[in-house]
Design a binder for this molecule. Structure first.
Ligand code: ADP
Length: 493
């Protein structure tokens, strides 16, 4: 019987930092911190490795210091030195790798979206593995997040395992298969991978473009793969035995209406007066009309990218106004023409005191909007998991979502008779046209205004759903455990 005990070590390799005020980092940093903390609570030793980005918020890191070792790692025919820093982020130990490479890979004033991301992250993946190798730690699980760190899987098996660094099993989680990291095949050799060996249809060759696809390499070369979709279905099917979907959790300490310091008034499911007070407060703060207290407040907090269903977000704004509600959009876009387009909408609606469009990234304001809103709209074209629907429910804002990916795994329509009553927690629509969204909004508005008691019970039910990391972390724990057990079984025979 294999014991899974305190000194078992899990290493999370990821590439962003929580608290980053950067719209395009999205929910990933929350996910890694949330999973890491939950696993730590369960008694595992979790360590995180990140690039030392110049744009990190240093005030989120305690005890940041540089170690007096220099790790040399391979890149494009040469060895480069890396400084290694350590620090603690939300109670989790983190290593930060600072390459001494002339391309200043992480000295770019932004996290990703650079022309040489493929080089930057293959460099980081190699350096992170080198750090683990040279530290001599006995590691059980290396958990890589998204394509940026998926290089680790083939590097580990092709280069490091053969050097005797082979105790670990690799878990690869792709949070968003929209981004898979492709490049011309020869680019794979920068980090020391063997192009001829890997540029094959059953290994790292992209299923459509004849390029190299790093996310595919992550699937092929990992022991465990979680969440998925988007063009790699065939590869995922081939590897379906190791493929599992696990819903993310949310950080229930950060997202807790009864202790949230950003709110005007804290509240809970048994005290919805407090929620109403937040609504009044926000409406005043944003200069929304406050005379008619029967108007529902609809909110949307999102990165403004095509994935999020931009035409439906725009439509929801107008439809809400037509139905007599109020709308608040908090969003920002890494894509200049999208940002401009929404600035146009904002200008046009400036004088409408039932609509506010706020085009920036603002964490404090996001908390106030979750608390103040009655409904929360998420019309995504696709959504690997999605956090905002869970946060909204925890704050008593009823989700109105398009039935896709993680949204359809967590939001169940209030009128759907095929779903057990106790699970029905919001409103869903299936199609991507405006009409389907409109009728869904109409149904929600109708409950809100005609059946206030039913609505109140729905709000209270949503606030009591458990969206913490404990249950997803247990699922990861089981996966890790069976991968490790399998490895040891193989080693013994
Ligand atoms: P994604 O990772 O695709 O952006 P998620 O739903 O997984 O989507 O996570 C989004 C996270 O980012 C949520 O915590 C949400 O509150 C936050 N967020 C998105 N846009 C903004 C914004 N403009 N201001 C503040 N927080 C935002």
């Amino acid at each position: 019987e294999m014991a899974w005990k305190r000194d078992d070590r899990i290493c999370e390799a990821y590439f962003a930092c929580r608290g980053a005020k950067e719209s395009d980092v999205g929910g990933l940093a929350d996910v890694v911190a949330g999973l890491g903390k939950a696993l730590q609570t369960k008694g595992h030793l979790v360590e995180i490795i990140l690039p030392k980005y110049d744009c990190m918020q240093l005030d989120q890191i305690t005890n940041l210091k540089v170690l007096d070792v220099v790790i040399k790692s391979y890149f494009d025919g040469n060895l480069f030195s890396n400084n290694v820093w350590t620090g603690t982020v939300e109670g989790l130990p983190v290593y930060f790798i600072e390459p001494q490479h002339p391309s200043k890979f992480f000295w770019r004033a932004q996290y990703y979206g650079e022309h040489d991301d493929f080089k930057r992250y293959s460099y980081f993946s190699r350096a992170a593995l080198e750090l683990l190798y040279q530290s001599g730690k006995k590691i059980d699980i290396i958990h890589c997040h998204d394509w940026q760190t998926a290089f680790v899987a083939p590097l580990y098996w092709d280069i490091y395992a053969t050097r005797g660094f082979n105790s670990a099993r690799i878990c690869f989680t792709c949070h968003n298969f929209e981004y898979q990291g492709t490049a011309p095949a020869p680019d794979l050799s920068y980090c020391g991978l063997d192009v001829e060996r890997l540029d094959r249809a059953d290994r790292m060759q992209d299923n459509a473009h004849g390029r190299i696809n790093v996310a595919k390499g992550g699937i092929v070369y990992s022991n465990i793969v979680t969440t998925g979709g988007h063009g790699l279905q065939d590869t995922l099917k081939m590897h379906s035995r190791k493929f599992v979907g696990i819903l993310n959790g949310i950080d229930t300490e950060t997202w807790n209406p009864s202790t949230d310091r950003f709110l005007a008034v804290q509240y809970s499911a048994t005290d919805l007066q407090g929620k109403a007070a937040n609504k009044t407060f926000l409406r005043k703060q944003l200069g929304l009309n406050t005379e008619d207290t029967s108007q529902p407040l609809v909110a949307c907090i999102t990165r403004l990218v095509p994935q999020k269903g931009l035409h439906l977000i725009r439509h929801a704004i107008y439809k809400t106004a037509e139905l007599g509600g109020q709308f608040v959009l908090l969003g920002s876009s890494p894509v200049p023409h999208i940002q401009r387009e929404f600035e146009g909408v904002a200008d046009q609606l400036q004088k409408n005191n039932n609509i506010r469009i706020i085009l920036k990234y603002d964490e404090a304001l996001s908390h106030c909007i979750y608390a103040a809103s009655d409904m929360f709209i998420i019309p995504s074209m696709f959504e690997p998991c999605g956090l905002t629907q869970m946060i909204a429910m925890r704050y008593g804002s009823v989700p109105i979502v398009r039935k896709t990916g993680g949204l359809s795994d967590s939001v169940f329509d209030f009128d759907d008779e095929k779903i057990p009553v106790e699970l029905r927690n919001g409103f869903t629509f299936a199609r991507t046209d405006e009409q389907d969204l409109s009728s869904c909004l109409e149904r929600a508005f109708s409950y809100y205004s005609r059946k206030p008691m039913v609505w109140k019970q729905l709000v209270q039910k949503d606030m009591q759903i458990d969206f913490g990391w404990d249950s997803p972390a247990s699922q990861y724990e089981d996966l890790y455990q069976s991968a490790v057990a399998q490895a040891r079984g193989v080693a013994q025979t």
